[in-house]
Write a protein that binds this ligand. Structure first.
Ligand SMILES: [Zn+2]
Length: 307
């Protein structure tokens, strides 16, 4: 590894510059990026974290990406299915017994919680993998993660109480306002955690020679911000004007589009995390080979010593 940095060598494969993503293929390792002037050595250094990770660490990293990505993809589909289910339930409210309604809602809530728990474990695992390498400001991420989980738990508790009260025919009243506030805070904290959490995932995309993945993650993160703003603005407007007031049709359409756009961003971000995960497999294979070679060489030296 030392010889790689001291002895200039030709960059064979595609290697995006750490600063401007210019392809450095064909240049020498002691040269500078022709586009932005950053030393190529700096790009090579940035690749190191993945190259020196052990097989176990890479396994953990890949598992964390899976646990982060799947709830984002499945959770989005689940919410869409849940909204459809609620409409169906609402239409059939009169014809269904309390037990029937609960038999549908309770399993749905349990599966929903499973996604949340998987995501929580995934973000923690990612922080644990990257903390020793200083890639992630882990304290902030851990606090956000804990906060997000608290709010999701609160949200689910409110949802459960709301469900029971609706089924029993008790009007929600002030509970609905509290639930609304919890929904907004949950959404905000969760989005903030996802937003900050995707910084290291974006960098991982760069480290495994995927400038396109890195760019996609950046674009998706930027697109999600105005969508969240519109959705929140509409939610506050909706709460402010009350249930019987006439609504602005155009505003409703804009918020709906923003909401769908946000859903799309979350789905796409989850997919990019899976793609980054797939890009890590050659590093995992290399680590396994290194460790295998080491395990072979260790007893061999012992034998030579014995002889
Ligand atoms: Zn450059």
């Amino acid at each position: 590894m030392d010889s790689a940095t001291s002895e200039p060598r030709r960059i064979d494969g595609p290697l995006p510059c750490v600063k401007c993503l210019y392809d450095l293929a064909g240049l020498m390792s002691d040269q500078k990026c022709p586009e932005c002037g950053t030393e190529i050595a700096r790009t090579l250094e940035s690749l190191e974290p993945l190259a020196v990770m052990s097989g176990t660490e890479l396994k953990l990293l890949r598992r964390s990406l899976l646990l982060i990505a799947l709830p984002m993809i499945a959770g989005t589909v689940w919410i869409a299915a849940g909204q459809t289910l609620l409409v169906v339930l609402w239409l059939n409210w009169g014809y269904m017994s309390t037990a029937q309604v609960l038999s549908i809602l309770l399993p749905a809530t349990i599966v929903g919680s499973a996604f949340t728990i998987a995501s929580f474990i995934g973000w923690r695992m990612l922080a644990k993998c990257l903390r020793p390498r200083g890639v992630l400001s882990s304290t902030a991420q851990r606090r956000l993660s804990a906060l997000a989980s608290t709010f999701v738990a609160l949200y689910m508790m409110f949802g459960a109480v709301h469900c029971f009260r609706t089924v029993q025919g008790v009007p929600s009243g002030s509970l609905a306002i509290g639930q609304g506030a919890v929904v907004v805070l949950t959404l905000l904290v969760w989005l903030l955690r996802t937003y900050t959490g995707f910084s290291p995932i974006r960098d991982l995309g760069h480290q495994c020679h995927s400038p396109r993945l890195r760019k996609t993650i950046s674009v998706l993160r930027v697109t999600a911000v105005p969508c969240v703003a519109v959705v929140l603005a509409y939610f506050l407007y909706d709460e402010a004007i009350g249930p019987n007031a006439t609504r602005l049709r155009s505003l409703e359409v804009v918020s709906m589009v923003a909401f769908l756009c946000l859903f799309g961003c979350v789905l796409a971000l989850g997919t990019t995390a899976l793609l980054v995960r797939r890009r890590l497999s050659p590093f995992a294979a290399a680590a396994a080979q290194r460790e295998f070679a080491k395990s072979l060489s260790a007893p061999a030296t012992q034998d030579t010593l014995a002889i």
